[in-house]
Structures are given as structure tokens and as C-alpha cells.
Design a protein. Structure first.
Ligand SMILES: NC(=O)c1ccc[n+]([C@@H]2O[C@H](COP(=O)([O-])OP(=O)(O)OC[C@H]3O[C@@H](n4cnc5c(N)ncnc54)[C@H](OP(=O)(O)O)[C@@H]3O)[C@@H](O)[C@H]2O)c1
Length: 270
């Protein structure tokens, strides 16, 4: 029986993925920052709920050990924990810039380093990083988030080759908008109130982003299905777009020159 370890399983895509894999007969190490609040996943057979904060390396090491102790081995690591800093870049505090990378990028890197000795010893393993279509296109007021997801794309693509030599697969899943708590608990607002010259633009973009988010969002269960497909696909595929809006955006990028595509995005936020 296969086992997956998931970061950020308390909510949204991580929670839906934990449920989906358990329903398909997998063992699941469902990790989260506050397991004491969990009331559902810990009632499911084959699910081990463990504390893991990607900003605290010792909790990652411990979660990996507990998962191996309980299920014998781990086959798939899903790096899903993440959030978005939203707002005018000039208004971002140094601590906010650092934390965006500490969670989305360095958190992923820590978990990868924690699992690799186990995967190498097994001569097998799959790392799936939850990126975003926002790891391949960028919208205004999300510069820090996009920077973190573009970093995940480059990190993962390089590792794909390197870890291929160790029989370890690396994949990215790239969702479009997903109806989770991403615009609630996972949105950190950068305060731009002291910067009036951005105000009108920032208000217009914020409204547009929220409207578009609500109109286009996929259910997290749909992303869980794509993650399941990726976990079971031994064919060497690297990227898995998830959601109609993600496919639309990448199609729009492919059929335009870079200048045309950036003009298309700019017009959308005018
Ligand atoms: N929703 C979207 O539109 C969308 C689109 C593309 C990509 N994504 C990506 O999908 C992933 C999951 O987001 P979601 O949409 O499912 O949002 P969500 O429902 O808000 O879930 C985010 C998860 O990340 C966890 N998390 C945040 N900081 C953490 C930390 N330091 N250590 C461990 N866990 C931490 C949260 O835990 P707590 O419960 O402790 O806060 C929560 O479980 C993220 O990487 C996000 O960038 C989302």
C-alpha cells in the first residue's frame, strides 16, 4: 500500500487531497500546524495526523519519522503548504518579503531535504510541488507570491533532472483559481495606505482579482484528482495544469508573443 505525506492538510487543496488519497486506499500522513484543532482527518482509517510547520525544520523531520514509523515507508511527498502576500510591493515590510519565501520556497526545500535520504534508500519516491499557473504567468499586486511560485518552478525543473538519476520523480501541479480559504486565511495584505499614488490602481486590481477569483474557481477536489493522477503517473511527465482557467491562460500565452500576452494581461487590469 502506498503512502503520501502532505503539508498544509488542514484546509483547501491539502485537505481535499488527504481525503481523496485515503478514499483510494492510500495511507496518508496529513500534516498541519495545529493538529489539535483537527476533527475530521484523524477519524479516517489510514490517516495519521501530525504537526508540521514548514518554518520549523524539526517538525518536518519528526513528521517524516513518524510517518515512516507508522506506515513503513513514504512514497510521495506533496509540498502544498503556502499562502499569498497581496498588495503593492513598495509597501511590503522586509519581514513580509522574507516570510513569503520562508513558507512557500524554503519550506518546500526543507521538506525535500528531509525526505530525500528515505527516497534514496528506497530507490524510489515522488515529490509533487504545488506551484500555480501563477508560477508561469504574473498578475499585478502579487509580485511576492509570483516570485515564490516562479522559484518553485525553477527549483523543481532543475531537481527533475538531478533526482531522476536517483530514481526519484519530481513534478509540479499548477492550479488556477481554487475555491479554498486562499483569499481568507492564506492572504496576507500588504498595507499600501501610505502610498496614495497607487490607490486607484490597487483598488481596481483588487476588485478585478476578487471578481475573477470567484467566477473561475475550481473545487479543491478537482485539484486533488490531478495530484492523484500525478502521483500515479510513472511516465516522466513534469507539469500538470489544473483547472479550466489555468489551461486558458497557458493557451493565451502560447498563441501570443510575449509583448502581446503582457498587453493582454495589462488590458485586463486597466
Ligand atoms: N486557492 C488557489 O486559488 C490556489 C491557486 C494556485 C495555487 N494554490 C496553492 O495551493 C496551496 C494550498 O492552498 P489552498 O488554496 O488550499 O489554501 P488554504 O485552504 O488556505 O490552505 C493553505 C494551507 O497551507 C498551510 N500553511 C500556511 N503556512 C504554513 C506553514 N508555515 N506550515 C505549514 N502549513 C502552512 C495552511 O495551514 P493553517 O491552517 O495552519 O493556516 C493551510 O493548510 C498553496 O501552495 C497555494 O499557493 C492555490
Amino acid at each position: 500500500m502506498n503512502t503520501i505525506l502532505i503539508t498544509g492538510a488542514s484546509s483547501g487543496i491539502g485537505r481535499a487531497t488527504a481525503r481523496h488519497f485515503a478514499q483510494q486506499g492510500w495511507n496518508v500522513v496529513a500534516t498541519m500546524r495545529a493538529p489539535e484543532r483537527e476533527t475530521e482527518l484523524n477519524t479516517l482509517e489510514r490517516v495519521l495526523v501530525v504537526r508540521l510547520d514548514v518554518e520549523q525544520p524539526e517538525t518536518i523531520e519528526r513528521a517524516v519519522s513518524l510517518g515512516i514509523e507508522r506506515f513503513g515507508r513514504i512514497d510521495v511527498l506533496l509540498n502544498n503548504a503556502g499562502y499569498a502576500a497581496f498588495g503593492v510591493f513598495e509597501a511590503a515590510e522586509p519581514a513580509q518579503i522574507k516570510r513569503q519565501f520562508d513558507v512557500n520556497v524554503f519550506g518546500t526545500m526543507r521538506a525535500v531535504q528531509a525526505i530525500l535520504p528515505h527516497f534514496r534508500a528506497n530507490g524510489a519516491g515522488t515529490i509533487i510541488n504545488v506551484s500555480s499557473v501563477g508560477g508561469r504567468v504574473a498578475f499585478p499586486l502579487l509580485s511576492l507570491y509570483h516570485a515564490s511560485k516562479w522559484a518553485i518552478e525553477g527549483f523543481s525543473e532543475s531537481l527533475y533532472y538531478e533526482l531522476g538519476t536517483q530514481k526519484i520523480q519530481v513534478k509540479v501541479v499548477e492550479p488556477g483559481n481554487v475555491s479554498t480559504d486562499f483569499t481568507g486565511r492564506s492572504l496576507e495584505l500588504l498595507s499600501g495606505e501610505s502610498l496614495p499614488s497607487y490607490r486607484d490602481y490597487a483598488e481596481a486590481v483588487t476588485k478585478k482579482q476578487l471578481d475573477s477569483f470567484q467566477a473561475n474557481a475550481s473545487a479543491p477536489e478537482r485539484i486533488a484528482e490531478t495530484i492523484y493522477e500525478a502521483a500515479n503517473d510513472a511516465g516522466g511527465r513534469f507539469r500538470y495544469l489544473a483547472g479550466d482557467d489555468a489551461a486558458f491562460l497557458m493557451g493565451a500565452r502560447a498563441e501570443r508573443t510575449e509583448e502581446e500576452f503582457m498587453g493582454f494581461i495589462a488590458a485586463n487590469f486597466r
